[in-house]
Design a binder for this molecule. Structure first.
Ligand code: HC1
Ligand code: SF4
Length: 568
């Protein structure tokens, strides 16, 4: 243990502890901007400076370890003055147009400037603006970049895609796409993790809320909205709604209040995905000629994009089942359109997703299958959904809970857990077991696949054979897994990959809590919903049974093949 004094308090902490953590252990919070635990500990912003007795130069707290006998001051006049100057210098290169910034009220630079009482900036403003393709789902605003390096480090260390790099020198130093590429030419998976780890508004999703308002205002358009599983675990965070108030019923009520004609649930089509993907797995297992092992899940578009760009020779391992978002769109513009006697072209299909990549997925060539244009016309993130609610001046706390509409609103616990790492695997195993054994197992039989460690393997016995599974989240973990598969050091039958750490609950389109990882807080919220559902098996969803009986025929059948599977 090391003993030191911080702000006149004597403390002992384990050797190697940083000053920042030592101070935090006794409730002294040292302000910081660029610091991201375990990812970005490079003191780029110099906001966490502290004074050490006997030293003229201040030292940074995020990356300096404690030393025996140190005497530190975290908020002395000298510290305050230098910290303030450092923030003023950052602001001199920052486009502080807070009134029109999506991160206003949720920006660490704004908060820090306010906390430090900065009103005037005594330096000349010198802002670097550069062009960007604003039709791409991920948008960089160079004028707001503070060169903290979080995006660079997160993409390098967690996603292993190295999309960002420092460009230029001196006062024109900025962060841009690496190797002089444009973003649309890069391998960016569009996972959105650089957005959720940006402390300012330098990175954001393309805002599509205006398109939704246009559709809502058009009396000729039938608006059909679906909400992804993981959105319900997080939407309240963006609206200051405590978790116990942020229920599914209140979320459905908010959507109805906004004015969507039909409020449906992606959980419904998550159950549908299981019917198709579970049967595809069983069909592959039954085929002695099948070589494409392991079968990979295909519902995370950032993962699919990653695999196709990094390991194109393994793309045929992906399940051909479309994601729940896309299955929903195809069903909305075929089965549902027929049911309400509408021209599919008159339906505007909107999805609310915890994801940025879904904006790209909806435009892929395979996703125009129901004859009404794109199967999903507009994709909003959870953050954009919160903006819709605010723009409509809705106070969600005052809403009375409402149910999703029928027939695409019914779902089971298996559909809900799609939004958390391991959930697709667990839901698929529940149904695969039923298909093989003819009875449902206890619903929690496959809970060994749960966990937030990034890579988890499990084995189950199914129909007299052992099924080896692996569940992965985060693209660096995915790359490591694929390298192991290629080296022949591991062997699996079925692999679930989600690009975002923890799965969609930690998605790049979710509300941002600076420096706090929320996946392991939101995940259990979905498991709780699963536990509370009267039905916990996708094949027991009455809406799904009806869909097959009335329209789709059998899983993997001709119609399902046309509407619910990809073909290239
Ligand atoms: Fe997901 Fe999925 S779980 S990919 O994370 O398979 O985005 O929530 O909607 O499509 O259902 C996201 C979540 C989501 C799809 C489903
Ligand atoms: Fe990297 Fe994901 Fe950001 Fe693309 S969206 S730059 S892959 S972190």
């Amino acid at each position: 243990m090391v003993t030191l004094t911080i702000d006149n308090r004597k403390i002992s902490v384990p050797e190697g502890t940083t000053i920042m953590k030592a101070a935090a252990s006794v409730g002294i919070m040292i302000p910081h901007l660029c610091y991201l635990e375990g990812i970005n500990e490079i003191s780029a912003c110099k906001v966490c400076v502290v004074e050490m007795q006997g030293k003229t130069k201040l030292i940074t707290a995020c990356n300096n370890p404690v030393e025996e006998g140190m005497v530190l001051f975290t908020n002395s006049p000298k510290v305050r003055s230098v910290r303030r100057t450092n923030v003023e210098l950052i602001l001199s290169q920052h486009n502080s147009n807070c009134a029109t910034c999506v991160r206003s009220g949720n920006c660490n630079l704004q908060k820090l400037s306010n906390d430090l009482g900065i009103i005037d900036i005594p330096y000349e403003k010198e802002i670097t603006e550069m062009p960007w393709n604003n039709s791409f789902p991920l948008i960089r605003d160079f004028g707001k970049c503070i060169k903290c390096m979080r995006c660079v480090q997160f993409c390098d260390k967690v996603q292993d895609l190295h999309i960002w790099d420092v460009q230029n020198t001196g006062s024109r130093t900025t962060v841009d796409v690496s190797r002089n590429r444009r973003i649309e030419e890069s391998d960016c998976s569009i996972c959105g993790q650089c957005i959720t780890h940006c402390p300012t508004g330098a990175l954001r999703e393309r805002d599509d809320t205006a398109k939704v308002f246009r559709a809502l205002a058009d009396p000729e358009t039938i608006t059909v909205v679906q909400v992804a599983p993981a959105v319900r675990a997080a939407w309240g965070e963006a609206l200051d709604l405590p978790a116990y108030m942020a229920t599914e019923g209140r979320m459905a009520a908010a959507l109805k209040k906004i004015g969507f004609d039909y409020v449906f649930d992606t959980n419904f089509s998550a159950d549908l995905t299981i019917m198709e993907e579970g049967n595809e797995l069983l069909a592959r297992l039954a085929d002695p000629e099948e070589k494409r092992w392991p079968m990979f899940t295909s519902c995370c578009p950032a993962w699919v994009r990653f695999l196709k760009s990094q390991y194109p020779d393994m793309a045929d391992h992906l399940s051909t089942a479309k994601s729940p978002q896309q299955m929903f769109g195809a069903v909305a513009k075929s089965y549902f359109a027929e049911k309400i006697g509408a021209d599919p072209g008159k339906i505007c299909s909107i999805s609310i997703m915890p994801c940025v990549s879904k904006k790209m997925e909806a435009t892929l060539p395979d996703m125009y299958s129901a004859g009404g244009g794109a199967d999903v016309d507009i994709v909003l993130t959870t953050r954009e959904f919160a903006r819709l609610v605010r723009a409509e001046h809705i106070a969600p706390a005052l809403l009375t809970e409402e149910a999703f509409d029928s027939p695409l609103g019914e779902s089971t616990g298996a559909g809900v857990i799609f939004g958390v790492t391991g959930g697709v695997m667990e839901a698929a195993l529940r149904t695969a077991y039923y298909c093989v054994e003819g009875v449902n197992p206890p619903a929690d039989t496959f809970s060994d696949v749960r966990g937030f460690e990034g890579r988890r393997e499990a084995e189950f016995s199914l129909g007299g054979r052992t099924l080896r599974t692996c569940t992965v989240s985060g693209l660096k973990n995915a790359r490591d897994l694929i390298e192991d598969l290629r080296a022949g050091t591991v062997h699996y039958d079925f692999v679930e990959v989600m690009a975002c750490p923890g799965g969609c609950v930690g998605g790049g389109g979710q509300p941002i809590l600076d420096g706090v990882e929320m996946a392991d807080v939101r995940g259990p919220r979905l498991y709780k919903l699963d536990e509370q559902r009267p039905l916990r098996f996708s094949h027991d969803n009455p809406g799904i049974k009806k869909l097959y009986a009335e329209y789709m025929g059998a899983p993997l059948g001709e119609k399902a093949h046309q509407l619910l599977h990809t073909h290239n």
